[in-house]
Design a protein around this ligand. Sequence first.
Ligand SMILES: [Zn+2]
Length: 433
Amino acid sequence: MNLLDAFSIQRPLPNGESALITTSNLSSLALAEIVQEFQPNLTEYEDFYRHVHQNPELSGEESETASVVALHLRKLGFHVHTNIGGYGIAGVLQNGPGKTVLIRAELDALPILEQTGLPYKSNKRMIDRYGNERPVMHACGHDMNMAALLGAAALLKASEKRWTGTLIALFQPDEEETGGAQAMVDDGLYSKIPIPDVMLGQHVVPLKAGQVAVKSGPVLAAADSVNARIIGGPCDSINPQFCVDPISLAMRIIPQLQRYIQIGIGMKEDATVACWGFHAGIPGNDYVAYVDFLLDVKTIKPHVRQVALKLVEKKIREECRAANTPIEPVVNISVRAPLTSNDPAVTKTVRDVFHSYFGQDVVEMKVNKSCEDFSILGAIHNVPYAYWNFGGSANTEGEIATNHSPFFAPMIHPTLGAGIDAMALAVLASLAS
Ligand SMILES: [Zn+2]
């Protein structure tokens, strides 16, 4: 859509009147001016960040965080829907004709004991949804992602006379276990809010604070769970040494899998297999009937993913057959998170506006083996998206605490301001594209 049709940008003149920006070259400049002119009071968002950091909540249990977010969105003038797919929030700001842009942050924290030593560190413990008492920490930086998203929402509300379209500020629960996006969709998200034309997401990482990293195409891995049960036996009490022991069999299979699939997919291709769970034996029972184990398989290329998963299952079945297990193993494969792959056109729009604002601080995002369920939010409607990183580290030399470390502590400045500006710029550019 043409800039002038959908998005009339008025550049202020010294006498208080406005002049229409008429070239696409100037449009990036105009967007930067809007961002600078309408920047929110950072103290408010810094306070929000510290409050949420000190009061983190585990996946699926984000009730207080959601309340604080909903309250703030209402105060800003958004129409707010709550309790979508758990504690999910969607704030809608309708501002005339034009595109609909959805921006997203995550509400949940991790069961990690914080060791940052920060004055606002979390001492919180809570009972998780599985009934275990756990420490809680915003060790992934979702508190910073939320503060930046709310700040961007405030900036865009304040500048609403300078753009038209619809903005949806979405706060997703249960990201860490990658269930929240699907839960929101299944709970009728799109009966409550308009289907977006574009989705935008960002995540703080240990890049240098003030930097943003963006890339077209795949940026985060696809993750699949392989749940396997190996059944041993049959045993009798006279010759128990002849029964198939599922524990030693499973312990033999698991370490072979990485090399086995690497050979199968080719040494230049990329797939990783990790064992995330292993359970065997019931107290009081004198022989072990079966072993359950959970594997996490991560890949970047869709065809490699298919082959890798087939190979994992094949190897488990072959080894069980060779060991003469009395019953075939049970192997269930399920998607934990789809590949996150940025749309080239949306990414170009975002990257161009970032270049005009952040200059040298725009870097190429590296593909990594983290995974996300962000893309699920728009999957049923094929909504194109861009997902980028923003930096939160004072330096990038030596030992740096990464996301999910008990020492992860993004510096508030300039991280927060850069996150707010990046998201607001990306929204304005997407509305105008
Ligand atoms: Zn995260």
